[in-house]
Design a protein around this ligand. Sequence first.
Ligand code: SF4
Ligand code: MG
Length: 316
Amino acid sequence: NNPLLRVENVSKTFRVQGKKLHAIENVSFTLEAGKTLGLVGESGSGKSTLGRMVLRLLESDKGKIFFEDVELSKANKEKLRAMRRDMQIIFQDPKASLSPRMTVGDAIEDAMAIHKIGTKVSRHERVIELLERVGLPSEVQYAYPHELSGGQLQRVGIARALSLNPKLLICDEPVSALDVSIQVQVIQLLKDLQKEFNLTYIFISHNLAVVEYLSDEIAVLYLGEVVEQAPADELFKKPTHPYTQVLLNSILKIPDSVEQKQQMVSIQGEVPSPLNPPSGCTFHPRCSFASDVCMAVKPERKIVSEGHSAVCHLVE
Ligand code: SF4
Ligand code: MG
């Protein structure tokens, strides 16, 4: 059973202000059909860059990405066209990818028409079917984006992605802009759809609590590097990298007083500029376990247990 997606030692550097910015460094993972990889990290950690490379909206500088055993950079035109349909993305702000002057029904139909799926009549039937499947009444087809709430718009975005029968869905912070109660509904919807259509997800979020429910595997990104990677339950049971521990602590403790809030383990300091990353372990300025060796020597990836790795000097 070959994985649907295989990412091997992928790196991406940008030139910014005459300097090299390592947006993604040596990232590898595999993802089987029907599974979810959660990509977690603060803003600027490279999560979206990685998502865009998988979609081939960005070329990697180094490394290889395989989709169904075809290397993305070597795919011929025909295969690329199929891949464009097979891999879809939903964004934090669905409005940004919907025309304000087109009804959402037309927008979904348009996506299918571009990929030459069905006839005008069958596409229209499919629009109604999809809207209902994502929990929207069929009248919503006549609405313009500004007439819908954030949660409804995200459902439209999901319906449009589904209209192309994708295999892989990249969900880039899809619930971050929504109220918590709506977040739960959209995550539940994504989970149901995954089961029904055997969808494979890359679920990108800055919030570990959000990815927990969906993810089979979690990769924690810090300044473009996967600092810890493990099956989801293992990561929650045995968080090993100090950064993962801090991310976890910040979601497990729900403070009900100001004093408790101040006692909460918080991540000290800001994310350092990726243009000027710290020496040694790039997490050292914010790590409460940092020692001299951390400042001087970049840690290597160590195996914690099978399928679980972390990049930290503390791992034996
Ligand atoms: Fe902290 Fe050192 Fe581990 Fe980096 S290598 S995470 S600074 S203990
Ligand atoms: Mg982003």
